[in-house]
Design a protein around this ligand. Structure first.
Ligand SMILES: [Zn+2]
Length: 150
């Protein structure tokens, strides 16, 4: 017969853990371990059945993939590209938007986890588009003025 005392001693701690698990499982929907298929109370904790680490909430991941907090150059390019839409004033933002966009793309290439490629490209596209637009307007005005002089 095995010594009962040594078996029972870890029981209170196990009971507490079970209570915690039921409390957290009432708050959120039951999540099942992708490795062993057992229900898990807290997805931030490794699985208690097979110690498989379940990935933390996926919403956070998609959010950080859309807003490149770690790639400021890409963010700057994005906002400069948007503000380049403002007439006259925007002309001075188009070229910096392209430069910031290229810097953002470079840092996204160097460290893929910083992301921001979409923002960088939007900055480059908007910056190029509005710079060309304003340049063509300026050229047209200059051309019209030179024609007027004759
Ligand atoms: Zn598991």
């Amino acid at each position: 017969m095995p010594p009962d005392g040594s078996r029972r001693s870890p029981a209170p701690a196990d009971d507490r853990r079970k209570k915690q698990r039921t409390i957290s499982s009432t708050k959120e929907a039951t999540i099942y371990c992708p490795n062993c298929g057992q229900p898990i109370g807290d997805p931030r904790q490794p699985c208690s059945h097979c110690s498989h680490q379940v990935r933390p909430v996926q919403v956070d991941e998609s959010l950080s993939s859309w807003i490149p907090y770690k790639n400021p150059a890409a963010l700057i390019a994005y906002y400069l590209g948007i503000f380049a839409f403002i007439p006259c004033f925007g002309f001075f933002l188009g070229i910096p938007a392209v430069i910031a966009g290229i810097l953002g793309l470079k840092s996204a290439k160097r460290q893929p986890e910083v992301k921001g490629k979409v923002h960088a490209w939007l900055g480059i596209i908007f910056g190029t588009f509005f710079t060309l637009l304003y340049l063509s307007v300026i050229l047209m005005v200059v051309f019209a003025m030179s024609q007027h002089k004759k």
